[in-house]
Design a protein. Sequence first.
Lengths: 259, 345
Amino acid sequence: MIIVLLFLAVFAPLLSSHDPYQVNLEIRNQPPSAANWLGTDGNGRDVWTRMIYGGRVSLSVGIVAVSISTVIGVLIGSVAGFFGGLVDMVLMRMTDIVMSFPMLIVVISFVAITGPSIYNSMIAIGILGWPTMARLVRSQFLYLRQVEFVTAAVALGARPPRLIFRHILPNTVGSIVVAVTFAVSDAILLEAALSFLGLGVQVPMPSWGNMLRDAQTLSILENRPWMWIPPGLAIMLAVLSINFIGDGLRDALDPRIVL
Amino acid sequence: MVSPTSNPAAVKTDAQGREAILQVRNLKKYFPILSGIVFQRQVGAVKAVDDISFDVYKGETLGLVGESGCGKSTTGRTILQLYKPTSGSVQFEGRELSTLPNEELRRMRKRMQIIFQDPFASLNPRMTVGAIISEPLVIHRMYSNKREQQEYVENLMERVGLNPFYINRYPHEFSGGQRQRVGIARALALKPTFIVADEPISALDVSIQAQVINLLADLQQELNLTYLFIAHDLSMVRHICDRVAVMYLGKIVELGPTDEVYENPLHPYTQALLSAVPIPDPMAESKRQRIILTGDVPSPARPPIGCNFNTRCPVHFELCHHDPDPPLLEVEPGRWVACHRVSEI
Protein backbone atom coordinates (compact mmCIF):
# COMPACT_ATOMS: atom_id res chain seq x y z
CA MET A 1 0.00 0.00 0.00
CA ILE A 2 2.74 2.45 0.96
CA ILE A 3 4.55 1.38 -2.18
CA VAL A 4 1.51 2.43 -4.18
CA LEU A 5 1.44 5.76 -2.34
CA LEU A 6 5.19 6.30 -2.80
CA PHE A 7 4.89 5.31 -6.43
CA LEU A 8 2.10 7.82 -6.91
CA ALA A 9 4.12 10.52 -5.18
CA VAL A 10 7.35 9.86 -7.10
CA PHE A 11 5.76 9.52 -10.51
CA ALA A 12 3.08 12.15 -9.93
CA PRO A 13 3.83 14.13 -13.12
CA LEU A 14 3.48 11.01 -15.25
CA LEU A 15 0.22 9.95 -13.72
CA SER A 16 -1.71 13.09 -14.27
CA SER A 17 -2.06 15.31 -17.28
CA HIS A 18 -3.17 18.20 -15.10
CA ASP A 19 -1.08 20.86 -13.40
CA PRO A 20 -1.71 20.87 -9.62
CA TYR A 21 -1.50 24.69 -9.63
CA GLN A 22 -3.66 25.27 -12.70
CA VAL A 23 -6.69 27.28 -11.68
CA ASN A 24 -9.64 26.92 -13.99
CA LEU A 25 -12.67 28.78 -12.76
CA GLU A 26 -14.88 27.35 -15.48
CA ILE A 27 -14.79 23.90 -13.91
CA ARG A 28 -15.09 24.76 -10.20
CA ASN A 29 -16.52 22.16 -7.82
CA GLN A 30 -16.98 19.50 -10.49
CA PRO A 31 -17.83 15.96 -9.31
CA PRO A 32 -15.57 13.10 -10.52
CA SER A 33 -15.61 12.64 -14.24
CA ALA A 34 -13.51 11.16 -17.03
CA ALA A 35 -11.46 14.36 -17.34
CA ASN A 36 -11.05 14.98 -13.62
CA TRP A 37 -10.95 11.56 -11.97
CA LEU A 38 -11.67 12.80 -8.50
CA GLY A 39 -13.42 15.96 -9.45
CA THR A 40 -12.15 19.50 -8.94
CA ASP A 41 -11.89 21.81 -5.95
CA GLY A 42 -13.24 25.27 -5.33
CA ASN A 43 -10.66 26.81 -7.66
CA GLY A 44 -11.13 24.32 -10.41
CA ARG A 45 -7.92 22.36 -9.66
CA ASP A 46 -7.86 18.63 -10.23
CA VAL A 47 -8.22 16.81 -6.87
CA TRP A 48 -6.48 13.60 -8.06
CA THR A 49 -3.48 15.59 -9.22
CA ARG A 50 -3.32 17.60 -6.04
CA MET A 51 -3.62 14.47 -3.96
CA ILE A 52 -0.68 12.70 -5.57
CA TYR A 53 1.41 15.88 -5.53
CA GLY A 54 0.34 16.40 -1.91
CA GLY A 55 1.62 12.90 -1.19
CA ARG A 56 5.09 14.05 -2.23
CA VAL A 57 4.94 16.85 0.28
CA SER A 58 3.38 14.93 3.15
CA LEU A 59 5.59 11.87 2.82
CA SER A 60 8.77 13.89 2.42
CA VAL A 61 7.95 16.01 5.47
CA GLY A 62 7.38 12.79 7.42
CA ILE A 63 10.57 11.14 6.24
CA VAL A 64 12.87 14.16 6.55
CA ALA A 65 11.51 15.14 9.96
CA VAL A 66 11.94 11.62 11.30
CA SER A 67 15.43 11.33 9.84
CA ILE A 68 16.40 14.44 11.78
CA SER A 69 14.88 13.22 15.02
CA THR A 70 16.27 9.69 14.61
CA VAL A 71 19.83 10.89 14.10
CA ILE A 72 19.65 13.16 17.15
CA GLY A 73 17.80 10.58 19.24
CA VAL A 74 20.09 7.64 18.45
CA LEU A 75 23.18 9.74 19.08
CA ILE A 76 22.01 11.08 22.43
CA GLY A 77 20.50 7.77 23.49
CA SER A 78 23.63 5.75 22.70
CA VAL A 79 25.98 8.13 24.44
CA ALA A 80 23.75 8.31 27.52
CA GLY A 81 23.17 4.57 27.65
CA PHE A 82 26.74 3.52 26.94
CA PHE A 83 28.65 5.84 29.21
CA GLY A 84 26.04 6.14 31.95
CA GLY A 85 26.71 8.08 35.14
CA LEU A 86 26.85 11.87 34.95
CA VAL A 87 26.72 12.01 31.13
CA ASP A 88 23.56 9.95 31.20
CA MET A 89 21.97 12.14 33.84
CA VAL A 90 22.66 15.44 32.06
CA LEU A 91 21.44 14.12 28.71
CA MET A 92 18.33 12.56 30.16
CA ARG A 93 17.30 15.72 32.02
CA MET A 94 17.67 17.58 28.71
CA THR A 95 15.46 14.95 27.12
CA ASP A 96 12.90 15.33 29.87
CA ILE A 97 12.77 19.07 29.33
CA VAL A 98 12.21 18.74 25.58
CA MET A 99 9.72 15.98 26.19
CA SER A 100 7.70 18.05 28.63
CA PHE A 101 6.86 20.65 25.97
CA PRO A 102 3.42 20.17 24.49
CA MET A 103 4.62 19.30 21.03
CA LEU A 104 1.93 20.81 18.84
CA ILE A 105 2.06 24.16 20.63
CA VAL A 106 5.84 24.41 20.39
CA VAL A 107 5.76 23.46 16.74
CA ILE A 108 3.11 26.10 16.13
CA SER A 109 5.15 28.77 17.94
CA PHE A 110 8.30 27.75 16.07
CA VAL A 111 6.53 27.95 12.75
CA ALA A 112 4.89 31.23 13.74
CA ILE A 113 8.33 32.73 14.45
CA THR A 114 10.19 31.33 11.44
CA GLY A 115 7.27 31.62 9.07
CA PRO A 116 5.17 28.76 7.77
CA SER A 117 6.79 26.68 5.04
CA ILE A 118 7.41 23.06 4.19
CA TYR A 119 11.06 23.22 5.37
CA ASN A 120 10.25 24.87 8.66
CA SER A 121 7.64 22.20 9.32
CA MET A 122 10.23 19.50 8.70
CA ILE A 123 12.73 21.13 11.05
CA ALA A 124 10.18 21.88 13.74
CA ILE A 125 8.81 18.35 13.77
CA GLY A 126 12.31 16.89 13.52
CA ILE A 127 13.98 18.72 16.38
CA LEU A 128 11.11 18.11 18.75
CA GLY A 129 10.59 14.45 18.00
CA TRP A 130 13.92 13.04 19.19
CA PRO A 131 13.32 12.51 22.93
CA THR A 132 11.23 9.38 22.44
CA MET A 133 13.93 7.89 20.24
CA ALA A 134 16.66 8.88 22.70
CA ARG A 135 14.82 7.21 25.58
CA LEU A 136 14.23 4.05 23.62
CA VAL A 137 17.83 3.77 22.44
CA ARG A 138 19.14 4.54 25.90
CA SER A 139 17.08 1.82 27.54
CA GLN A 140 18.21 -0.69 24.92
CA PHE A 141 21.83 0.32 25.50
CA LEU A 142 21.49 0.02 29.27
CA TYR A 143 20.20 -3.49 28.82
CA LEU A 144 22.64 -4.59 26.13
CA ARG A 145 25.64 -3.01 27.89
CA GLN A 146 25.58 -5.76 30.49
CA VAL A 147 24.62 -8.64 28.23
CA GLU A 148 27.21 -11.40 28.17
CA PHE A 149 28.24 -11.08 24.54
CA VAL A 150 29.21 -7.46 25.18
CA THR A 151 31.22 -8.52 28.22
CA ALA A 152 32.81 -11.12 25.97
CA ALA A 153 33.82 -8.41 23.50
CA VAL A 154 35.34 -6.39 26.34
CA ALA A 155 37.27 -9.49 27.38
CA LEU A 156 38.56 -9.77 23.82
CA GLY A 157 39.88 -6.23 24.09
CA ALA A 158 37.30 -4.34 22.03
CA ARG A 159 37.28 -0.53 22.32
CA PRO A 160 34.08 1.47 22.93
CA PRO A 161 33.41 2.33 19.23
CA ARG A 162 33.48 -1.34 18.35
CA LEU A 163 31.24 -2.22 21.27
CA ILE A 164 28.75 0.46 20.27
CA PHE A 165 28.67 0.00 16.51
CA ARG A 166 29.36 -3.69 16.14
CA HIS A 167 27.67 -5.21 19.16
CA ILE A 168 25.09 -2.96 20.72
CA LEU A 169 23.66 -0.82 17.92
CA PRO A 170 22.91 -3.70 15.51
CA ASN A 171 20.89 -5.33 18.24
CA THR A 172 18.80 -2.20 18.75
CA VAL A 173 18.00 -1.80 15.03
CA GLY A 174 14.78 -3.79 15.36
CA SER A 175 13.29 -1.48 17.96
CA ILE A 176 14.66 1.64 16.24
CA VAL A 177 13.05 0.70 12.93
CA VAL A 178 9.73 0.08 14.60
CA ALA A 179 9.93 3.38 16.45
CA VAL A 180 10.93 5.16 13.21
CA THR A 181 7.90 3.92 11.36
CA PHE A 182 5.58 5.00 14.13
CA ALA A 183 7.36 8.34 14.21
CA VAL A 184 6.91 8.75 10.44
CA SER A 185 3.19 8.22 10.75
CA ASP A 186 3.08 10.62 13.71
CA ALA A 187 4.98 13.20 11.69
CA ILE A 188 2.60 12.85 8.77
CA LEU A 189 -0.30 13.38 11.13
CA LEU A 190 1.41 16.37 12.72
CA GLU A 191 2.14 17.89 9.32
CA ALA A 192 -1.47 17.36 8.38
CA ALA A 193 -2.55 19.03 11.60
CA LEU A 194 -0.19 21.97 11.01
CA SER A 195 -1.30 22.42 7.43
CA PHE A 196 -4.89 22.10 8.50
CA LEU A 197 -4.29 24.95 10.92
CA GLY A 198 -2.71 26.91 8.12
CA LEU A 199 0.79 26.83 9.67
CA GLY A 200 2.34 24.05 7.65
CA VAL A 201 2.62 23.75 3.95
CA GLN A 202 1.24 26.86 2.32
CA VAL A 203 -1.24 26.94 -0.54
CA PRO A 204 -1.00 26.75 -3.47
CA MET A 205 1.51 23.94 -2.76
CA PRO A 206 -0.74 20.97 -2.04
CA SER A 207 -0.44 18.72 1.01
CA TRP A 208 -2.95 16.33 2.42
CA GLY A 209 -3.39 18.54 5.43
CA ASN A 210 -4.11 21.77 3.59
CA MET A 211 -6.41 19.98 1.15
CA LEU A 212 -8.48 19.00 4.13
CA ARG A 213 -8.31 22.54 5.38
CA ASP A 214 -9.69 23.84 2.11
CA ALA A 215 -12.56 21.43 2.47
CA GLN A 216 -13.70 22.35 5.95
CA THR A 217 -16.88 24.24 5.23
CA LEU A 218 -20.16 22.53 5.95
CA SER A 219 -21.46 22.70 2.40
CA ILE A 220 -18.34 21.00 1.05
CA LEU A 221 -18.48 18.34 3.76
CA GLU A 222 -22.10 17.64 2.92
CA ASN A 223 -22.23 18.07 -0.82
CA ARG A 224 -18.75 17.63 -2.28
CA PRO A 225 -17.16 14.58 -0.59
CA TRP A 226 -14.62 14.19 -3.46
CA MET A 227 -12.72 17.14 -1.99
CA TRP A 228 -12.03 15.68 1.43
CA ILE A 229 -12.38 11.91 1.22
CA PRO A 230 -9.28 11.35 -1.01
CA PRO A 231 -6.73 13.28 1.12
CA GLY A 232 -8.28 11.90 4.32
CA LEU A 233 -8.10 8.39 2.99
CA ALA A 234 -4.54 8.97 1.82
CA ILE A 235 -3.45 10.04 5.31
CA MET A 236 -5.16 7.05 6.86
CA LEU A 237 -3.70 4.56 4.39
CA ALA A 238 -0.23 6.05 4.65
CA VAL A 239 -0.21 5.89 8.44
CA LEU A 240 -1.69 2.42 8.51
CA SER A 241 0.64 0.94 5.92
CA ILE A 242 3.73 2.52 7.46
CA ASN A 243 2.79 0.91 10.76
CA PHE A 244 2.44 -2.46 9.04
CA ILE A 245 5.83 -1.96 7.43
CA GLY A 246 7.30 -1.39 10.88
CA ASP A 247 6.09 -4.77 12.04
CA GLY A 248 7.30 -6.46 8.88
CA LEU A 249 10.74 -4.86 9.06
CA ARG A 250 11.21 -5.84 12.66
CA ASP A 251 10.65 -9.47 11.76
CA ALA A 252 12.77 -9.28 8.63
CA LEU A 253 15.75 -7.69 10.41
CA ASP A 254 15.88 -10.28 13.14
CA PRO A 255 18.02 -13.22 11.99
CA ARG A 256 16.47 -15.39 14.68
CA ILE A 257 13.10 -15.32 12.99
CA VAL A 258 12.95 -17.28 9.78
CA LEU A 259 10.37 -15.78 7.48
CA MET B 1 50.41 -28.20 62.54
CA VAL B 2 49.06 -24.74 61.86
CA SER B 3 51.75 -22.47 60.57
CA PRO B 4 50.37 -18.93 60.80
CA THR B 5 53.60 -17.40 59.58
CA SER B 6 53.42 -18.72 56.04
CA ASN B 7 52.05 -16.01 53.82
CA PRO B 8 50.61 -16.88 50.43
CA ALA B 9 52.41 -13.89 48.95
CA ALA B 10 55.72 -15.56 49.56
CA VAL B 11 54.80 -18.61 47.51
CA LYS B 12 55.96 -18.26 43.96
CA THR B 13 56.34 -21.90 43.07
CA ASP B 14 54.51 -24.97 44.31
CA ALA B 15 55.93 -28.24 45.56
CA GLN B 16 56.72 -29.42 42.05
CA GLY B 17 58.44 -26.16 41.26
CA ARG B 18 55.80 -24.89 38.86
CA GLU B 19 55.69 -21.14 38.60
CA ALA B 20 52.61 -19.16 39.46
CA ILE B 21 51.08 -17.66 36.32
CA LEU B 22 48.48 -15.77 38.32
CA GLN B 23 48.74 -14.37 41.83
CA VAL B 24 45.64 -12.96 43.46
CA ARG B 25 46.19 -11.06 46.71
CA ASN B 26 43.54 -9.68 49.05
CA LEU B 27 41.18 -9.19 46.14
CA LYS B 28 37.92 -7.46 47.02
CA LYS B 29 34.95 -6.62 44.88
CA TYR B 30 32.13 -4.77 46.59
CA PHE B 31 29.08 -3.70 44.62
CA PRO B 32 27.66 -0.49 46.10
CA ILE B 33 24.02 -0.38 47.11
CA LEU B 34 22.73 3.03 46.10
CA SER B 35 19.73 4.87 47.40
CA GLY B 36 18.00 8.05 46.25
CA ILE B 37 16.81 9.06 42.81
CA VAL B 38 18.64 12.20 41.77
CA PHE B 39 21.39 12.45 44.37
CA GLN B 40 22.42 8.89 44.98
CA ARG B 41 24.40 7.92 47.99
CA GLN B 42 25.84 4.62 48.97
CA VAL B 43 23.93 2.93 51.77
CA GLY B 44 25.82 -0.35 51.80
CA ALA B 45 27.79 -2.83 49.75
CA VAL B 46 27.39 -6.36 48.53
CA LYS B 47 30.65 -8.06 49.40
CA ALA B 48 30.70 -10.38 46.42
CA VAL B 49 34.40 -11.08 46.73
CA ASP B 50 35.79 -10.34 50.14
CA ASP B 51 39.54 -10.48 50.55
CA ILE B 52 40.67 -13.59 48.73
CA SER B 53 44.20 -14.66 47.86
CA PHE B 54 45.42 -17.58 45.82
CA ASP B 55 47.87 -18.61 43.13
CA VAL B 56 47.30 -20.42 39.88
CA TYR B 57 50.26 -22.39 38.57
CA LYS B 58 51.23 -22.78 34.96
CA GLY B 59 49.51 -25.69 33.26
CA GLU B 60 47.20 -26.61 36.09
CA THR B 61 43.44 -26.52 36.44
CA LEU B 62 42.29 -24.79 39.58
CA GLY B 63 38.68 -25.49 40.43
CA LEU B 64 36.61 -22.81 42.12
CA VAL B 65 33.50 -24.24 43.72
CA GLY B 66 30.73 -23.00 45.96
CA GLU B 67 27.01 -22.56 45.91
CA SER B 68 25.14 -20.02 43.80
CA GLY B 69 25.84 -16.44 44.72
CA CYS B 70 29.04 -17.06 46.67
CA GLY B 71 31.10 -14.90 44.32
CA LYS B 72 32.74 -17.48 42.05
CA SER B 73 31.87 -15.78 38.79
CA THR B 74 32.62 -12.34 40.19
CA THR B 75 36.05 -13.60 41.20
CA GLY B 76 36.71 -14.83 37.67
CA ARG B 77 35.57 -11.60 36.09
CA THR B 78 37.37 -9.39 38.55
CA ILE B 79 40.61 -11.24 37.86
CA LEU B 80 40.20 -10.44 34.16
CA GLN B 81 39.38 -6.82 35.07
CA LEU B 82 35.92 -7.09 33.55
CA TYR B 83 34.88 -5.70 36.88
CA LYS B 84 37.13 -3.13 38.45
CA PRO B 85 38.37 -4.57 41.74
CA THR B 86 37.51 -2.58 44.88
CA SER B 87 40.97 -3.32 46.23
CA GLY B 88 43.67 -5.93 46.14
CA SER B 89 46.08 -7.01 43.49
CA VAL B 90 46.00 -9.39 40.55
CA GLN B 91 49.36 -10.28 39.04
CA PHE B 92 49.30 -12.09 35.75
CA GLU B 93 52.59 -13.27 34.26
CA GLY B 94 54.30 -10.91 36.67
CA ARG B 95 52.32 -7.82 35.70
CA GLU B 96 49.85 -6.05 37.93
CA LEU B 97 46.54 -5.90 36.06
CA SER B 98 44.50 -3.69 38.36
CA THR B 99 46.61 -0.60 37.71
CA LEU B 100 47.42 -1.26 34.06
CA PRO B 101 46.42 1.51 31.62
CA ASN B 102 43.57 0.56 29.30
CA GLU B 103 45.64 0.13 26.17
CA GLU B 104 48.13 -2.17 27.87
CA LEU B 105 45.32 -4.10 29.48
CA ARG B 106 43.82 -4.59 26.04
CA ARG B 107 47.08 -6.09 24.87
CA MET B 108 47.22 -8.36 27.93
CA ARG B 109 43.80 -9.71 26.98
CA LYS B 110 45.50 -11.69 24.23
CA ARG B 111 47.07 -13.78 26.97
CA MET B 112 43.97 -14.38 29.10
CA GLN B 113 40.49 -15.28 28.01
CA ILE B 114 37.13 -16.33 29.37
CA ILE B 115 34.55 -18.93 28.42
CA PHE B 116 31.06 -18.01 29.53
CA GLN B 117 28.40 -20.04 31.21
CA ASP B 118 25.45 -19.29 28.96
CA PRO B 119 26.21 -20.08 25.32
CA PHE B 120 22.96 -18.38 24.35
CA ALA B 121 23.75 -15.01 25.90
CA SER B 122 27.48 -14.90 25.18
CA LEU B 123 27.29 -14.90 21.37
CA ASN B 124 26.06 -11.84 19.47
CA PRO B 125 22.92 -13.03 17.65
CA ARG B 126 23.62 -10.68 14.73
CA MET B 127 27.09 -11.96 13.91
CA THR B 128 27.91 -15.12 12.00
CA VAL B 129 29.94 -17.77 13.72
CA GLY B 130 32.87 -16.90 11.48
CA ALA B 131 32.64 -13.24 12.49
CA ILE B 132 32.42 -14.16 16.16
CA ILE B 133 35.48 -16.39 16.10
CA SER B 134 37.52 -14.00 14.00
CA GLU B 135 36.58 -10.95 16.07
CA PRO B 136 39.55 -11.26 18.46
CA LEU B 137 41.84 -11.57 15.43
CA VAL B 138 40.36 -8.42 13.91
CA ILE B 139 40.54 -6.48 17.18
CA HIS B 140 44.20 -7.28 17.66
CA ARG B 141 44.99 -7.07 13.93
CA MET B 142 46.50 -10.55 13.82
CA TYR B 143 45.96 -11.07 10.11
CA SER B 144 46.19 -8.59 7.28
CA ASN B 145 45.20 -11.22 4.77
CA LYS B 146 41.51 -12.12 4.81
CA ARG B 147 42.05 -15.55 3.30
CA GLU B 148 44.66 -16.55 5.89
CA GLN B 149 42.35 -15.37 8.62
CA GLN B 150 39.48 -17.42 7.25
CA GLU B 151 41.74 -20.45 6.99
CA TYR B 152 42.82 -20.04 10.60
CA VAL B 153 39.21 -19.71 11.74
CA GLU B 154 38.24 -22.82 9.81
CA ASN B 155 41.09 -24.78 11.38
CA LEU B 156 40.04 -23.55 14.78
CA MET B 157 36.45 -24.60 14.16
CA GLU B 158 37.62 -28.02 13.16
CA ARG B 159 39.81 -28.24 16.24
CA VAL B 160 36.87 -27.58 18.59
CA GLY B 161 34.66 -30.04 16.73
CA LEU B 162 32.61 -27.71 14.53
CA ASN B 163 32.13 -28.25 10.84
CA PRO B 164 33.85 -25.31 9.05
CA PHE B 165 31.08 -25.57 6.49
CA TYR B 166 28.87 -23.68 8.96
CA ILE B 167 31.14 -20.63 9.10
CA ASN B 168 28.46 -18.31 7.74
CA ARG B 169 25.64 -19.47 9.97
CA TYR B 170 24.23 -17.54 12.89
CA PRO B 171 24.45 -18.74 16.51
CA HIS B 172 20.72 -19.44 16.75
CA GLU B 173 21.12 -22.18 14.16
CA PHE B 174 23.31 -24.19 16.54
CA SER B 175 22.63 -26.35 19.57
CA GLY B 176 23.81 -25.41 23.05
CA GLY B 177 26.85 -27.67 22.88
CA GLN B 178 27.86 -26.34 19.48
CA ARG B 179 27.47 -22.76 20.63
CA GLN B 180 29.70 -23.48 23.58
CA ARG B 181 32.29 -24.78 21.12
CA VAL B 182 32.02 -21.47 19.28
CA GLY B 183 32.67 -19.71 22.59
CA ILE B 184 35.69 -21.94 23.20
CA ALA B 185 37.03 -21.28 19.69
CA ARG B 186 36.68 -17.54 20.23
CA ALA B 187 38.56 -17.78 23.52
CA LEU B 188 41.34 -19.81 21.90
CA ALA B 189 41.71 -17.67 18.79
CA LEU B 190 44.39 -15.47 20.32
CA LYS B 191 46.31 -18.44 21.73
CA PRO B 192 46.00 -17.37 25.36
CA THR B 193 47.92 -19.02 28.19
CA PHE B 194 45.22 -18.62 30.82
CA ILE B 195 41.49 -19.21 30.51
CA VAL B 196 38.77 -18.53 33.04
CA ALA B 197 36.08 -21.12 32.38
CA ASP B 198 33.01 -19.64 34.04
CA GLU B 199 30.74 -22.65 34.54
CA PRO B 200 31.28 -23.65 30.90
CA ILE B 201 29.13 -26.76 31.13
CA SER B 202 26.37 -26.00 33.60
CA ALA B 203 23.97 -24.77 30.88
CA LEU B 204 24.46 -27.88 28.75
CA ASP B 205 22.78 -31.27 28.61
CA VAL B 206 24.53 -33.95 30.61
CA SER B 207 25.40 -35.90 27.45
CA ILE B 208 27.07 -32.81 25.98
CA GLN B 209 28.85 -31.86 29.22
CA ALA B 210 31.28 -34.76 28.99
CA GLN B 211 32.16 -33.90 25.38
CA VAL B 212 32.89 -30.28 26.20
CA ILE B 213 34.89 -31.23 29.29
CA ASN B 214 36.98 -33.68 27.29
CA LEU B 215 37.51 -31.02 24.63
CA LEU B 216 38.73 -28.59 27.28
CA ALA B 217 41.04 -31.24 28.72
CA ASP B 218 42.46 -32.12 25.28
CA LEU B 219 43.04 -28.48 24.44
CA GLN B 220 44.79 -27.97 27.76
CA GLN B 221 47.22 -30.79 26.99
CA GLU B 222 47.80 -29.68 23.46
CA LEU B 223 48.21 -25.94 24.04
CA ASN B 224 49.59 -26.04 27.58
CA LEU B 225 46.71 -23.96 28.92
CA THR B 226 46.05 -22.95 32.48
CA TYR B 227 42.43 -22.99 33.60
CA LEU B 228 40.55 -21.35 36.39
CA PHE B 229 37.56 -23.65 36.30
CA ILE B 230 34.50 -22.23 37.99
CA ALA B 231 31.81 -24.82 38.68
CA HIS B 232 29.26 -26.08 41.06
CA ASP B 233 29.25 -29.64 39.78
CA LEU B 234 31.53 -31.24 42.34
CA SER B 235 32.06 -34.56 40.54
CA MET B 236 33.10 -32.71 37.39
CA VAL B 237 35.57 -30.64 39.37
CA ARG B 238 37.09 -33.77 40.83
CA HIS B 239 37.38 -35.20 37.35
CA ILE B 240 39.34 -32.38 35.76
CA CYS B 241 40.88 -30.17 38.44
CA ASP B 242 44.35 -30.49 39.94
CA ARG B 243 43.53 -28.26 42.87
CA VAL B 244 40.29 -26.93 44.19
CA ALA B 245 39.29 -23.79 46.10
CA VAL B 246 36.01 -23.78 48.00
CA MET B 247 34.24 -20.44 48.33
CA TYR B 248 31.59 -19.44 50.80
CA LEU B 249 30.07 -15.97 50.93
CA GLY B 250 32.86 -14.21 49.08
CA LYS B 251 35.71 -15.92 50.85
CA ILE B 252 37.87 -18.95 50.17
CA VAL B 253 37.36 -21.37 53.06
CA GLU B 254 39.51 -24.22 51.81
CA LEU B 255 42.13 -24.66 49.12
CA GLY B 256 44.15 -27.75 48.32
CA PRO B 257 44.94 -30.59 45.91
CA THR B 258 41.63 -31.99 44.63
CA ASP B 259 42.08 -35.57 45.79
CA GLU B 260 43.17 -34.57 49.27
CA VAL B 261 40.30 -32.14 49.70
CA TYR B 262 37.78 -34.70 48.47
CA GLU B 263 39.23 -37.55 50.59
CA ASN B 264 39.72 -35.53 53.70
CA PRO B 265 37.89 -32.20 53.75
CA LEU B 266 39.03 -30.03 56.65
CA HIS B 267 36.60 -27.13 56.70
CA PRO B 268 33.11 -27.94 58.05
CA TYR B 269 31.56 -26.26 55.01
CA THR B 270 33.60 -28.36 52.60
CA GLN B 271 32.58 -31.44 54.55
CA ALA B 272 28.91 -30.55 54.22
CA LEU B 273 29.30 -29.68 50.55
CA LEU B 274 31.08 -32.92 49.69
CA SER B 275 28.66 -35.02 51.69
CA ALA B 276 26.03 -33.94 49.17
CA VAL B 277 27.82 -35.65 46.28
CA PRO B 278 26.36 -39.06 45.44
CA ILE B 279 28.87 -41.92 45.23
CA PRO B 280 28.58 -44.15 42.14
CA ASP B 281 28.77 -47.33 44.23
CA PRO B 282 25.53 -48.62 45.81
CA MET B 283 27.27 -50.09 48.86
CA ALA B 284 29.18 -46.94 49.66
CA GLU B 285 26.23 -44.76 48.68
CA SER B 286 23.96 -46.46 51.23
CA LYS B 287 26.47 -45.62 53.98
CA ARG B 288 26.91 -42.01 52.86
CA GLN B 289 26.16 -39.63 55.71
CA ARG B 290 24.82 -36.29 54.55
CA ILE B 291 25.60 -33.27 56.63
CA ILE B 292 22.52 -31.11 56.29
CA LEU B 293 23.17 -27.44 56.89
CA THR B 294 20.35 -25.50 58.48
CA GLY B 295 19.25 -22.05 57.43
CA ASP B 296 20.13 -20.04 54.36
CA VAL B 297 23.27 -18.36 53.19
CA PRO B 298 23.40 -14.93 54.88
CA SER B 299 23.15 -11.93 52.55
CA PRO B 300 26.54 -10.85 51.22
CA ALA B 301 25.34 -7.30 51.92
CA ARG B 302 25.26 -8.10 55.64
CA PRO B 303 27.64 -10.94 56.36
CA PRO B 304 27.73 -12.19 59.97
CA ILE B 305 30.28 -10.84 62.44
CA GLY B 306 33.25 -13.15 62.79
CA CYS B 307 33.44 -16.23 60.65
CA ASN B 308 31.05 -16.01 57.69
CA PHE B 309 29.98 -19.58 58.24
CA ASN B 310 29.07 -19.27 61.93
CA THR B 311 25.32 -19.09 61.32
CA ARG B 312 25.25 -22.56 59.81
CA CYS B 313 28.37 -24.23 61.12
CA PRO B 314 27.79 -27.49 63.03
CA VAL B 315 30.93 -26.97 65.13
CA HIS B 316 30.90 -23.22 65.77
CA PHE B 317 31.91 -21.91 69.19
CA GLU B 318 32.46 -18.62 71.02
CA LEU B 319 35.48 -17.44 69.03
CA CYS B 320 33.69 -17.86 65.69
CA HIS B 321 31.29 -15.05 66.56
CA HIS B 322 33.96 -12.43 67.13
CA ASP B 323 36.08 -10.50 64.73
CA PRO B 324 38.41 -11.05 63.11
CA ASP B 325 37.23 -13.91 60.97
CA PRO B 326 39.54 -16.91 60.67
CA PRO B 327 42.39 -16.35 58.17
CA LEU B 328 43.20 -18.79 55.39
CA LEU B 329 46.17 -20.71 56.75
CA GLU B 330 48.39 -23.41 55.35
CA VAL B 331 47.81 -26.37 57.67
CA GLU B 332 49.73 -28.91 55.64
CA PRO B 333 51.97 -28.24 52.64
CA GLY B 334 49.64 -27.00 49.90
CA ARG B 335 46.49 -27.25 52.01
CA TRP B 336 44.88 -24.02 53.13
CA VAL B 337 41.91 -23.78 55.48
CA ALA B 338 40.09 -20.86 57.10
CA CYS B 339 38.61 -22.23 60.33
CA HIS B 340 39.29 -21.59 64.03
CA ARG B 341 38.72 -25.23 64.87
CA VAL B 342 40.76 -26.78 62.10
CA SER B 343 43.26 -28.34 64.52
CA GLU B 344 40.46 -30.20 66.30
CA ILE B 345 38.77 -31.52 63.19
